[in-house]
Design a protein around this ligand. Structure first.
Ligand SMILES: *Cc1c(COP(=O)(O)O)cnc(C)c1O
Length: 229
């Protein structure tokens, strides 16, 4: 087995154990392999090991890989900050956008989503830690953005996404993820058909699974350390 195949197996086992500990079925948790900064050959390797969903953060870099891997039925997820001049690329090439945090970006994605494709799956990114530099709406603001998105054609609101600040404090990890779950439950109460909590990465996926994650986004634990750009 390749290193990537072994790492994937180890991450799947972590998800399995975390699900079991939480009394959940691992079948309700999807693994998104975050391949940003890594070459297309790493994605092919993971694909051969059964991985189908890949996450990219930089539109330009992603489109090169998507083009070179067009022979593979990969599910592409955009997870990085969305600049308005990249909305067409994202709407045309991706199945999911996890990081929508402005009405204007949502409207541009809707306008650019080709009619021949199924609706673009969208999550609203929430800034749970209140850090000024981070993308995402402030908790509470997701309600208005959800209403906006639900009125737009060719977008399907799936739920919420967050990247809490890294911390080794498991109780704090749990509190952040619990808040995202509660906000998502609030959207469901308002009548949105949300089924997705995109939360948890290499270092905190167990806490995320414990609090109800349905997609965990894992890069380092599968592909190794990234060079800082
Ligand atoms: C890079 C990235 C990840 C993966 O983080 P790791 O710590 O490498 O697992 C997950 N989500 C988002 C939004 C990212 O940008």
């Amino acid at each position: 087995m390749t290193t990537i195949a072994l790492s994937l197996q180890a991450v799947r086992a972590r998800i399995e154990r975390a699900a079991q500990a939480a009394g959940r079925s691992a079948a309700g948790i999807s693994l998104l392999a975050v391949s940003k900064t890594f070459p297309a050959s790493y994605i092919e390797d993971a694909f051969s090991a059964g991985q189908r969903a890949f996450g990219e953060s930089y539109a330009q870099e992603a489109v090169k890989k998507i083009t070179s891997l067009s022979h593979l039925p990969v599910d592409w997820h955009f997870i990085g900050p969305i600049q308005s001049n990249k909305t067409a690329l994202i709407a045309e090439r991706f199945a999911w956008a996890h990081s929508v945090d402005r009405a204007r970006i949502a409207a541009r994605l809707a306008a650019a989503r080709p009619a021949a494709l199924p609706p673009l799956n969208v999550c609203i990114q929430v800034n749970l830690s209140g850090e000024g530099s981070k993308s995402g709406v402030t908790p509470g603001e997701e309600r208005e953005l959800a209403r906006t998105i639900s009125q737009l054609p060719r977008l399907r609101l799936r739920g919420l996404m967050a990247i809490p600040e890294p911390t080794p404090d498991v109780a704090l990890q749990r509190r952040r993820f619990a808040l995202l779950r509660e906000l998502n439950e609030g959207l469901a109460t308002e009548g949105h058909a949300v089924d997705t909590l995109s939360m948890g990465m290499s270092d905190d996926l167990e806490s995320a699974v414990a609090e109800g994650a349905t997609i965990v986004r894992v890069g380092t634990a599968i592909f190794g350390a990234r060079e800082t750009l």
